[in-house]
Design a protein around this ligand. Structure first.
Ligand code: HEC
Length: 142
């Protein structure tokens, strides 16, 4: 093999390694928002977000279709409203809604996670809610 051919071969090998590396990363990438949604929300809102999850028979109110939030808000994803709904901040009387208050739930999880060390639960709560927001934004039908 001539010198330049060796170089070409090496480049091709590197390119191949990069491409297969990218493919590997894509197949194993964690989708935290999706995981969080499927674990905590799909029982009521269904995996699709359209409502009618297996839990709805036990609810007084049927869960709204989460894929229409942008459409019914003039084409803009209602970030604050959704954040506050999930966090529970805009609920006047706790426990009167059919939807659990996730801010509290995540605060308890943070306390369990950081047992003996000083911690601030708020960034933990915020991060979990934001991953959900990002995922629900992806569910929007335009
Ligand atoms: C026990 C059933 C239940 C679970 C679990 C649940 N929801 Fe809900 N959700 C509801 C119901 C019912 C409503 C309608 C409002 C109400 O009565 O509280 C609602 C309303 C909402 C809304 C308000 C939509 C709007 O138009 O503003 C959002 C956003 C939402 N849920 C997101 C979530 C997310 C994210 C999760 C998971 C972290 C979740 N829900 C888990 C039952 C549930």
């Amino acid at each position: 093999m001539k010198h330049s051919e060796t170089q070409k071969f090496a480049l091709a090998a590197i390119a191949l390694a990069l491409v297969s590396g990218v493919a590997y990363a894509q197949t194993t990438k964690l989708d935290l928002g999706k995981q969080e949604y499927l674990e905590n929300c799909a029982v009521c809102h269904a995996p699709s977000g359209k409502g009618g999850g297996p839990y709805v028979d036990f609810l007084r109110k049927s869960p709204p279709d989460l894929t229409q939030l942008t459409k019914t808000n003039g084409g803009v994803f209602p970030v604050n409203r959704v954040y506050e709904t999930i966090e529970g901040a805009n609920v006047p009387s706790h426990g009167s809604r059919d939807m659990p208050i996730w801010g509290q739930d995540y605060r308890i999880k943070a306390a369990e996670y950081y047992v003996d060390v000083p911690y601030d639960p708020e960034p933990y709560v915020r991060a979990r809610i934001l991953t959900l927001l990002e995922y629900i934004n992806r569910l929007q039908e335009r």
